[in-house]
Design a protein around this ligand. Structure first.
Ligand SMILES: [Zn+2]
Ligand SMILES: [Zn+2]
Length: 244
């Protein structure tokens, strides 16, 4: 056969839905397609890089410091977290569209960059499975998807790791907690997740999420996993802000 059916379908899809930049939505040029980011946005988007907190992965200003201000005074259930991009424009807007405007297709680009930067870190830590931070079920039904799970699946394909979407359940709606003060909110979120199985079958797992803000979400999921028997719990987020 002269033509491969799959490639014909792919090129038709490409004409109907051309691949767009995750930063600005511009239709990508052929040479930009692999990165998924246009040339202009590549100049603006900031990768977190190696000068980051050894614990939570947030960028730090002083190169000589190993940990950020937050991690110096707080202990975490997770072993280490890494993040790909700094939560600044145009990634900030990109994350918003990924989450609220059905841009599930961005996950491929995010995962490709995440794997390129942290693929060896995933292997070095002998991660056995990926766990996306779950959404509260009624909320996921309204939105139609859990962005962390969409990202987890793409990363799982690249890293050849299984994705455990149903291992953990979220019992509380985070938005409903907005009225609570920071301390109460933290306390509340620490008990927002439950394990759907008695024991975690894996010793080393990776939790993935879209944004790392205070670390409370990641920490709460890590707590449940460690209590369930996981020996090492790591985190990988698409974006992260400066340590607060
Ligand atoms: Zn762009
Ligand atoms: Zn830190």
């Amino acid at each position: 056969m002269l033509f491969n059916t799959r490639s014909i379908i792919d090129s038709c899809v490409g004409i109907l839905y051309p691949k767009r930049c995750v930063g600005c939505e511009k239709v990508l040029l052929k040479i930009e397609k692999e990165a998924g980011i246009c040339r202009a946005c590549s100049k603006k988007i900031k990768i977190v890089g190696p000068i980051s907190c050894m614990k939570c992965g947030s960028p730090i200003v002083d190169e000589a410091e190993e940990f950020c201000i937050n991690c110096k005074k707080t202990s975490h259930y997770f072993d280490q977290n890494k993040a790909v991009f700094r939560y600044e424009s145009p990634i900030k807007e990109s994350m918003y569209r990924f989450k609220y405007s059905n841009r599930r297709c961005y996950a491929k680009t995010y995962a490709r960059h995440a794997y390129k930067i942290y693929g060896s870190w995933i292997r070095e830590n002998s991660i056995e499975a990926i766990i996306p931070v779950p959404m509260y079920t009624p909320k996921e039904k309204r939105r139609g998807y859990n962005q962390a799970a969409v990202f987890a699946k793409e990363l799982g394909k690249l890293a050849s790791l299984q994705v455990l979407e149903d291992l953990i359940q979220r019992d509380k709606e985070t938005e409903a907690m907005k009225a609570l003060n920071r301390l109460k909110r933290k306390k509340n979120l620490l008990n927002a997740f439950t394990l759907n199985e008695n024991v975690v079958q894996f010793r080393k797992v990776l939790i993935v999420d879209d944004i790392y803000t205070t670390g409370t979400t990641l920490n709460s999921v890590a707590k449940v996993l460690k209590h369930g028997g996981a020996a090492h719990v790591y985190g990988l987020c698409i974006s992260i802000g400066e340590a607060k």
